[in-house]
Structures are given as structure tokens and as C-alpha cells.
Design a protein around this ligand. Structure first.
Ligand code: C2E
Ligand code: CA
Ligand code: CA
Length: 776
């Protein structure tokens, strides 16, 4: 859009033209004023000089009159002569001659040759009046020293006086003429200067005007080249339809500009997107949109457009769309969404899709009052098959089981694989008895032997069934109830079906007795944190650590987080536990930092559960960082996809909380990526810095093409969004190589180091050698 902005080159040229005009006019006017005032002064000087002649003649006449006994005042006239001669030389006010003229101001004469003439005149006036005075006194005049060097041989006093008077007149006239000549010369010079100045001003103005025209041409050409050579698609839409399309649009559609004009453009827009495009055209909003356009191969391309409302701009008078072809990115997202919704091994829906369908079913059943049931099926004896016959046999078995179950369930049911040997079945529109009958058939079908590697295998399963009751439960709760029922079925002996009853849950909690022990364990400081290094896959340098919670229970020994974290999440103890991990990790990092052990960009990552986010924790994080004196950019938080894509108030709270933390500089990672994302489109809206590819894909990538494809897609999606990708759970050199080839930026796993106590991490940071820590 910059091309539409007025160019500053043009503005500068206009300003320069105006300045040149002003400057040359000012100089010209000043010169004229100066010249006029000088001309006035010159006129005064010439007048006074010329007057001297008259005065000299009058003086002689008056002397003669007095000598003849008549009345006259030659002394006064002599005084005027002397005074005027002085003024002509040194400047001043020339006296008025009675009735003749006024007093005149005369400048001092600077020209040396004129000065010489005026000095001579002054001396002649002196001699004239001296001779006149003697004559009047009746004394001889021949012995008067002549100051002006006149050579006068005559002895008659009157003749002598006349000669001196004539000399005075001549000198005065000569001086007046010389002054007139210099004034004319000055005037001539002035005319030349004015003419030169005018011509120069005209020239400069012309040059600047040319520069202005060139700049305008360049700007237009620049805009044209931007629009025509860029891969961006530019459209200008006015009230009468399409006004302009860039050549790239015409190329894409395969038609000329004219066929796109007016209503023509809309024919290429997908019918479902027309309303949005029309709205942008008529109102300038939405300002960002994605719409589909048909190209010359009859293919729908997705264009992501930015809309600038320039209807008020007199040159554009329309809405400008800058669009980019994002079809590849959208296909990638769709593919990834499909993969994220389905289990790679069996092609069945996964837990995320199951949860989604269950949500819909529950919403529907609230209106139709039809029953909804969830069955969780855990195969008995699968682990033995896997261990004795190998992974491939295990995979094959799971595929056959999936086929069997698929044959039994109705098209309206959803069969899903939750991972491992766990399947789930969603039954819609059925009673309790019908549900039980269906899952019983699953058991019967399983009992028919399966042929695997030339061996016949008969399997059993434990099934938990939960029915949607009073309309109060969420989909998550219903799944948990089915889980509890399945646990009860296992406890009661294999090959059984149990239907969930509330007292089961209580009994389960009591048998586990974990809640109480976690509470006490926290008080007795049985919990501590281990750290697992994260490596830059290209350089091998340690760039961060993940903090992992550990529990050494006096009665149970070391309890894995996978056992106690779900319990803590269910009963709320995750809040104090999470606060403990955060405090420990932040303080530990600050202490390493004070020792100067941490490289630039080092980040300590802490796992968060969704429960913590919805409770609001950004203030707590900030206080914790401030207390330890640690920069927010050295702390990262890992959240799972499910925590932030939840719908409803809880999801919103979690997202707000992340946004707030991110704004304060804390980094955010999505953990276990690929195991259940409901909408990848949303990913773009979250404040994320890092994507952690789930361990199952990383470890499967070596054997399973599908896992490698998912990993590759996740990595390219991360990069497309400007994020980093980390592969977790790397155990072998083969896996590392695969991850490197797929473009992962960072890596983490037993291959580099196990989660370690802080002293060992410190040793690694000091020595820079982690190799001996692999076996730890
Ligand atoms: P996670 O966030 O996916 O953590 C990575 C898990 O993978 C850790 O298990 C780690 O020990 C393990 N691991 C790392 N490298 C390898 C490898 O090369 N091979 C294999 N097989 N495993 C590897 P861990 O410590 O048992 O933690 C399990 C889960 O418990 C974590 O999964 C995380 O979801 C949760 N968790 C652990 N600490 C915390 C915590 O402080 N807060 C919360 N909310 N959850 C935590
Ligand atoms: Ca993690
Ligand atoms: Ca993980």
C-alpha cells in the first residue's frame, strides 16, 4: 500500500521550486530598492555639483555690483559655494539657495577620481573667494597664493576673478558629468545582474520541474512494477465491481484484465465466499479474509486477503485487496487435522475426535432425550503378544481387532482407538440393555481366534460402560466414568463388563489412597524436581532443560508422575504441586544464572496442567520470577493442546491466561503435539513459541511411515507459523537422524541425557560434557 502514498520526492521538488522563486524575487527587489535609492542620491549630487556653476557666476556678478557701489551680498554666495563644495566631498546637507531649491542631503563621494575633481573644485572656490575679497578691499590680487595651482598671467583683478570663476564652473561641470557617468555605469551593471538573476531563477525552476516530472514517472513505474511483478495478488474493488486486477491475478485466472472488470471477478469467487467478499467490497470489512477463487485449471485456490479501505482516497475510490495464495498451507492444515483426528495404525478416530463426537451426541441427546453410552475396552493379554511376538505382530493384532469391532458397531456409532490396547465405543440412541448387548457381542467376537503369524490367538477384554444419566455430566466426565468402570472390571477378574456406579469411584479413590499421601508428601517434602537437557539438533549445544516432578514416597518408593499427576489433577492438589515445581525450577535457574553457567537464550521449561491455567496463575508466575530475579524470557511453560482448545469459559480463561503470560515475555510450548488437537486453524491464534512433537511419533518415525509423515507435517506447520519444533523421547541415533532429516530444531531424550538432579545438570553446564550422563 506504500505505493499509493504520496511520494516525498515530489513534495521536496515543489518546495524547492517555491524557495527558488522567493529567493530570486527577494534578491531582485532588494537590488532594485538599493539601486533606486542610489540613483536618487546620484541625482542630488549631480544637481548640487551643477549648481556650483551658477553660484560661481553669481559670485562674480555680485562682486562687480558691490564694487560699482550697488547692493549685493557676495560673501553669502561665497559661503554657499564653500559649504556646497564641502558637502559634495564629505557628505551632508547642501544648503538651499534662496528661492531656487530646498536643502538636499548628499552622500559622501567615494570614487577616487571624482574626489580628486571635487577637491580641486574646493581649492578653486577658496581661490575665487580670496580673489573676490581682495578686489572688494581694493588691494592688489596678484600676490594671493593660488591653492589650486592655476597658472594665470593676467594682472587685471576682474579678469583674474572671471578666469577663476570659469575654472570653478568647468571643474564642477566635469565632476557632475563624471558622477552621472558612474551612475549610468552602475545602472547598466544592475540591469545585467537583474537579467542574469532572472535567467538563473528560470533555469533552476525548469530543472526542478523536470526533476518533479521524472520523480512522478518513476513513482508510477515503481508502483506498476511492484504490482505487476509481485506474487501478491492485488485487486481494487469499487461500488461498480472490480476496477483493477494485477497481472498476477489475470495470470492465475488465465484471462485478460478486461474479463475480470466489473461483475466478471465475482464469477470466479466460490459461491459460499461471495457474501464475505461483497461485504469487504461495500464496507471495507472484514479487513482480513480467506476466500476461494477458481484458477484456469478449474481448481479452487484459497486466497488470504488483507483489505484496505481507500474509498475516501480520490485516486483509488475503492477497496484494495492484497491477497496471497495460501492453498498449500490450508491443505497441510487439513491433512494434519485429519491425522490429528485419526489413529495412524488402525485408521480409526482417536481420542480427540471421539471426545468431539461425544460432545455433539450429548448436546443432541439433551434435546431428544435419547440415551448415550460410552464403552471403554482394554484388551487382556495384549502385552504378552507384543513382548513375545514383537511390535509388528502387536500392530497386526490391533488392526484385526479394529476390523472385528468395526463389523459389529452400527454406522451411527463411533469406534475409536485411545492408544495402546485401549478402544472406545460411543453408542447413540440406545437404552442400557441395548448397550450391554452390543458390548457383550464385542466380547463374543473377540473370543473367536485370530490367525496371527500362523498361530491362533483368542483374546479377552475388560469393558467399562458408562451411561449418560441426569444430563449433568460433561463428555470428559462420562469417559472417566467408563474408565473407572473398566478399572473395576479388571479388578473383578478379566473378561468382564462393568457398568459405572457412583460408589465405584469412591472405592477406587480409597483403594488408591493417593490423595492423602500426596497431601502429606507435599508437607514432608517428598517431592523434588529433576531436569532433562534440551539440545540444539544442529550444534549439539544444550539450550534449555525441562523440569519434571519426582516423588519419593516412603511407603510406595518412587512413584511415576503418570500415576500421581492425574489424581492430583482430579482432586485439585495439582495447584500446590504445580506451584512447588514452578518455584523450584525458577529458583534453580536463577542460581545457575548467578553462577554464570547459562548460555544466552537458555530456557527452563515447566509443565502446566490445564487446571492450573483455569485457576489463573499469571500473577503468581510474575511474583515468582521477580522474587528470584529471573528474566521472564528464561522461563517456558508447556501446556497440552487439550488445555487450550477447550470450548466454553474454561478454555477462554486458559487462553487469556497464556496470552497474559506471553505478553510478559514468558515462552509457551505445546506439549505432546499431535495427540489430540481439535482445530489446527486455531493454532495460529495462540501465543506459542515451540511445538513439542509427541514421543509416540518420534519413536514411531523409524518404523512407521505414517508417524514420519505426521512428524514432517508438524515440523513444516511449526515453521510455517514461525515456531520452533522439538522432538522429545529420542532414544537412538537412528531416531536422531530421522528427526534431523525431518527438520526438527531441538531434541530431547535418553540418548542425550535422562532427567537429572540439579547437581548433575550443574556439572554438565560447568564441564560442557554430557556424554557420561547418558547412562545415568
Ligand atoms: P511429558 O511432559 O511428556 O514429559 C516427558 C516425559 O518423557 C518424562 O516422563 C520424561 O522422563 C520422559 N522421557 C524423556 N526422554 C525420554 C526418552 O528418551 N524415552 C522415554 N521413553 N521417555 C523419555 P515423566 O517424568 O515420567 O513425566 C511424565 C509426564 O508427567 C510428563 O510428560 C508430564 O505430562 C507429566 N509431568 C511431569 N512433571 C510434571 C509437572 O511438574 N507438572 C505437570 N502438570 N505435569 C508433569
Ligand atoms: Ca512436557
Ligand atoms: Ca511431552
Amino acid at each position: 500500500m506504500r505505493a499509493f502514498a504520496p511520494s516525498s520526492t515530489g513534495q521536496r521538488a515543489i518546495v524547492a521550486i517555491l524557495l527558488t522563486f522567493a529567493l530570486s524575487s527577494a534578491v531582485s527587489i532588494t537590488l532594485s530598492i538599493w539601486a533606486t535609492s542610489r540613483a536618487q542620491h546620484h541625482a542630488a549630487v549631480i544637481q548640487v555639483a551643477a549648481r556650483q556653476r551658477t553660484l560661481a557666476e553669481r559670485y562674480v556678478k555680485e562682486v562687480m555690483l558691490v564694487r560699482d557701489g550697488r547692493k549685493a551680498d557676495p560673501h553669502y554666495t561665497g559661503g554657499l559655494l564653500a559649504q556646497s563644495a564641502d558637502v559634495l566631498l564629505n557628505g551632508g546637507t547642501a544648503p538651499a539657495i534662496n528661492g531656487d531649491d530646498d536643502e538636499t542631503w548628499v552622500p559622501r563621494t567615494e570614487d577616487p577620481s571624482i574626489r580628486r575633481q571635487l577637491e580641486q573644485e574646493r581649492r578653486l572656490v577658496n581661490d575665487l573667494t580670496a580673489t573676490g575679497n581682495r578686489l572688494l578691499e581694493g588691494r592688489p590680487v596678484t600676490d594671493i597664493p593660488l591653492t589650486a595651482d592655476e597658472r594665470i598671467d593676467l594682472t587685471d583683478p576682474v579678469e583674474r576673478l572671471r578666469i577663476i570663476s570659469t575654472l570653478t564652473s568647468n571643474v564642477s561641470l566635469n565632476a557632475a558629468r563624471a558622477i552621472g557617468a558612474t551612475s549610468d555605469r552602475n545602472l547598466g551593471q544592475l540591469i545585467i545582474i537583474q537579467a542574469l538573476l532572472g535567467t538563473a531563477g528560470l533555469l533552476v525552476t525548469l530543472l526542478l520541474a523536470l526533476a518533479l516530472i521524472a520523480a512522478t514517472r518513476r513513482r508510477t513505474a515503481h508502483f506498476r512494477s511492484i504490482v505487476s511483478s509481485s506474487t501478491d495478488l492485488v485487486l481494487v474493488l469499487g461500488p461498480d465491481g472490480c476496477r483493477y486486477v494485477s497481472p498476477s491475478v489475470a495470470r492465475m485466472v488465465g484471462l485478460g484484465h478486461s474479463s475480470m472488470a466489473g461483475e466478471g471477478f465475482m464469477k470466479f469467487v466460490h459461491a459460499d465466499d461471495r457474501a464475505t467478499v461483497l461485504s469487504a467490497q461495500s464496507s471495507g470489512s472484514p479487513t482480513e479474509l480467506v476466500f476461494r477463487m477458481r484458477n484456469r485449471f478449474e481448481e479452487w485456490r484459497h486466497l488470504e486477503a488483507h483489505v484496505s479501505d481507500l474509498r475516501g482516497d480520490r485516486q483509488i475510490r475503492g477497496v484494495v485487496m492484497n491477497a496471497r495464495d495460501v492453498t498449500d498451507r490450508i491443505r497441510l492444515e487439513e491433512e494434519l487435522t485429519h491425522q490429528a483426528y485419526h489413529d495412524g495404525l488402525t485408521g480409526l478416530p482417536n481420542r480427540a475426535l471421539f471426545r468431539d463426537r461425544l460432545g455433539h451426541a450429548l448436546a443432541l441427546s439433551q434435546r431428544s432425550a435419547e440415551g448415550v453410552a460410552v464403552a471403554l475396552i482394554d484388551l487382556d493379554g495384549f502385552k504378552q503378544v507384543n513382548d513375545s511376538l514383537g511390535h509388528d505382530a502387536g500392530d497386526e493384532l490391533l488392526r484385526q481387532v479394529a476390523n472385528k469391532f468395526g463389523a459389529i458397531s452400527r454406522p451411527s456409532d463411533t469406534l475409536a482407538r485411545f492408544g495402546g490396547d485401549e478402544f472406545a465405543l460411543l453408542l447413540e440412541g440406545c437404552s442400557e440393555n441395548e448397550a450391554i448387548a452390543t458390548v457383550r457381542r464385542l466380547l463374543t467376537e473377540l473370543a473367536h481366534p485370530i490367525l496371527l503369524h500362523k498361530r491362533e490367538l483368542a483374546l479377552g477384554a475388560s469393558i467399562g460402560l458408562a451411561l449418560y444419566g441426569a444430563g449433568t455430566e460433561s463428555s470428559e466426565e462420562l469417559i472417566r466414568h467408563a474408565d473407572v468402570a473398566m478399572y473395576a472390571a479388571k479388578e473383578a477378574g478379566r473378561g468382564r463388563i462393568e457398568v459405572f456406579r457412583p460408589e465405584m469411584e469412591r472405592r477406587l479413590g480409597e483403594t488408591l489412597g493417593l490423595e492423602y499421601e500426596i497431601r502429606v508428601g507435599l508437607e514432608r517434602e517428598e517431592f523434588f524436581v529433576h531436569y532433562q537437557p534440551e539440545i540444539d539438533i544442529r550444534t549439539g549445544a544444550v539450550v534449555g532443560v525441562e523440569a519434571l516432578l519426582r516423588w519419593e514416597s516412603p511407603s510406595r518408593g518412587s512413584v511415576p508422575p503418570s500415576t500421581f499427576i492425574p489424581v492430583a489433577e482430579a482432586n485439585g492438589l495439582i495447584i500446590p504441586l504445580g506451584a512447588f515445581v514452578l518455584g523450584a525450577a525458577v529458583n534453580q535457574t536463577a542460581s545457575w544464572q548467578r553462577e554464570g553457567l547459562l548460555p544466552d537464550g537458555f530456557v527452563t521449561w515447566v509443565n502446566l496442567s490445564g487446571r492450573q491455567l483455569t485457576r489463573g496463575m499469571s500473577d503468581m508466575v510474575e511474583e515468582c520470577l521477580a522474587a528470584a530475579g529471573l528474566s521472564p524470557s528464561m522461563l517456558g511453560l508447556e501446556v497440552t493442546e487439550t488445555a487450550i482448545v477447550q470450548t466454553g469459559a474454561a478454555g477462554e480463561l486458559a487462553r487469556d491466561e497464556l496470552q497474559r503470560l506471553h505478553a510478559r515475555g514468558v515462552l509457551i510450548a505445546i506439549d505432546d503435539f499431535g495427540t489430540g488437537f481439535s482445530s489446527l486453524g486455531q493454532l495460529r491464534e495462540f501465543p506459542i513459541d515451540l511445538i513439542k512433537v509427541d514421543r509416540s511419533f518420534v519413536q514411531g518415525s523409524g518404523r512407521d511411515g505414517k508417524d514420519a509423515a505426521i512428524t514432517a507435517n508438524v515440523v513444516s506447520l511449526a515453521h510455517a507459523l514461525g515456531l520452533l519444533a522439538i522432538a522429545e523421547g529420542i532414544e537412538s541415533e537412528d531416531q536422531l537422524r530421522a528427526m534431523k532429516e525431518l527438520g526438527c530444531d531441538l531434541a530431547q531424550g535418553y540418548l542425550f541425557a535422562r532427567p537429572l538432579p540439579p547437581e548433575e545438570i550443574r556439572r554438565g553446564l560447568v564441564g560442557g560434557d554430557w556424554s557420561q550422563l547418558r547412562a545415568a
